[in-house]
Design a protein around this ligand. Structure first.
Ligand code: C2E
Ligand code: CA
Ligand code: CA
Ligand code: CA
Length: 278
């Protein structure tokens, strides 16, 4: 039993060595990808459930390697966050996303907003607000055209500075969405204390509504809580009409998901808008 224990300890440290090496390769490749324009954005529509009208889009980052392989964001974004690369990437993609929004708005959707995912490191970076203001000015966008999506992990490292930044963003006229609530180290008090406009219900909870299992009770509870706090509730990952009806009945005002539209290139999104004009 003793040698077995030692053996698995050796294996374990080899695993970690492998992970560290993979990570550093990934980071090297990611820096190169950023320099060589292998990164691009896709846009997913967000619709108002009562009318089916498009209210906004969420910008989702993509990395297509030279060999055509799409690296999943869940793999490379943590590496970008830990290395700090996310800060530069985040400023770049904010500009791209707001320029795309100008085109969407000009195509007959003048009230659409663009939601951009912002990592905790990026949000806490000194100068974040200045970058946002400068980018809004450069792209001639109204502050209200921009929504910042944050996750509850922003709370790690202290809530006070985060509350300050989010308050300033909202004073400027931008909106804030809390993403993936309930999937991490949630605290109900974060939900109450974070200055926000929207609450996005993670697709794992949304999809469980159809199965009516444990997750669906969590979904119902989070929706009820969010409504109580006066937040606009957005259901994520709606893949069929049944779930669309369920979330509407539970009081979600807006939804995103393959049932309405997948993440699309800027050109595809413009075409999608024409077809879905209401
Ligand atoms: P998220 O912000 O929760 O984004 C929603 C994810 O759900 C996206 O995955 C989207 O493609 C996917 N999705 C949307 N509708 C459906 C559906 O109906 N069914 C299913 N199965 N999936 C759906 P994606 O694009 O792979 O992004 C994964 C995560 O990566 C995002 O989760 C976000 O946390 C992060 N991410 C993506 N882009 C950025 C970015 O620009 N900056 C930062 N900081 N994070 C980003
Ligand atoms: Ca998001
Ligand atoms: Ca989410
Ligand atoms: Ca997520």
């Amino acid at each position: 039993a003793k040698s077995q224990g030692l053996g698995s300890a050796v294996e374990f440290s080899q695993d970690i060595g492998l992970q560290v090496r993979e990570r550093s390769h990934l980071l090297r490749d990611l820096r190169m990808a950023f320099d060589e324009s292998q990164l691009f954005l896709t846009y997913q529509p967000k619709v108002e459930l009562a009318t089916g009208r498009v209210v906004g889009a969420e910008a989702l980052l993509r990395w297509r390697r030279d060999d055509g392989y799409l690296v999943p964001p869940d793999r490379f974004i943590p590496v970008a966050e830990q290395s700090g690369l996310i800060v530069g990437m985040g400023s770049w993609l904010l500009q791209i996303a707001l320029l795309a929004l100008q085109r969407f708005r000009a195509a007959g959707f003048p009230n659409m907003h663009m939601a951009v995912n912002v990592s905790p490191v990026q949000l806490r970076q000194t100068g974040f607000l200045a970058v946002v203001q400068e980018t809004l000015r450069q792209t001639q966008s109204e502050a209200s055209a921009l929504e910042i999506e944050i996750t509850e992990s922003v709370a790690v490292g202290g809530l006070e500075p985060v509350i300050e930044i989010l308050t300033r963003l909202r004073e400027m006229g931008s909106t804030v969405a809390i993403d993936d609530f309930g999937t991490g180290y949630s605290s109900l008090s974060y939900l109450e204390r974070l200055p926000a406009d929207r609450l996005k219900i993670d697709r794992s909870f949304v999809q469980s509504l159809e199965r009516d299992d444990h997750g669906s009770r969590i979904a119902r509870t989070i929706i009820a809580l969010g409504r109580e706090l006066g937040l606009t509730i957005v259901a994520e990952g709606v893949e069929n009409e049944t779930v669309g009806r369920l979330v509407t009945a539970l009081g979600c005002a807006e939804a995103q998901g393959y049932h309405y539209g997948r993440p699309m290139s800027e050109e595809q999104f413009l075409e999608w808008l024409q077809v879905h004009q209401k």
